[in-house]
Design a protein. Structure first.
Length: 161
């Protein structure tokens, strides 16, 4: 990792290190993201190191996603089919409850045919100065039906130091 950034959960039991600042950050307003209060930065799994015990949660209310040709989920092309599995497993510290990251679920990867080349890291754990210059986007996850591109609630902003 050339310019790694490090953070911990609130109690310090879980450490997260990323290879670099993210290209952009999402502050999604879907029920899951909003209730966890996260800012997702996206990385390849080999760019992230998580140490310490975490527990995972996958939402049960996800429903089905029709993945017709040309549809994308978090940047992943999906082959035609219906996926009835949660796409991600959100991880958190079992001691203090801080959300640390998400990983694509094995069931979603198998059914979608996507490569396991993306995960999300909660950038709210990191020092804000380290994120200076990164664009913060506001996707409308509540209105997204799982098909096509995101809509956005408002214009992106550039984070300052």
């Amino acid at each position: 990792m050339t310019n790694p950034l490090s953070a911990t959960c609130h109690c310090g039991a879980v450490h997260v290190q990323v290879a670099h600042a993210p290209d952009f950050i999402f502050e999604c307003n879907c029920s899951l993201c909003e209730s966890h209060g996260v800012w997702w930065g996206y990385y390849a799994p080999n760019e992230v190191e998580v140490t310490g015990e975490t527990r995972g949660y996958s939402r049960a209310d996800f429903g089905s996603i029709s993945s017709e040709s040309g549809n994308r989920f978090h940047g992943q092309e999906m082959r035609p089919q219906t996926i009835r599995e949660p796409a991600v497993e959100v991880h958190f510290c079992p001691r203090c409850g801080c959300t640390t990251h998400f990983a694509l679920s094995a069931a979603w990867l198998e059914k979608s045919g996507a490569a396991n080349d993306r995960m999300g890291v909660n950038m709210r754990l990191f020092n804000r100065a380290a994120l200076s210059g990164v664009m913060l986007h506001f996707p409308d996850g509540r209105a997204w039906d799982g098909v096509g591109e995101w809509g956005y609630l408002r214009e992106a902003i550039t984070l300052g130091g």
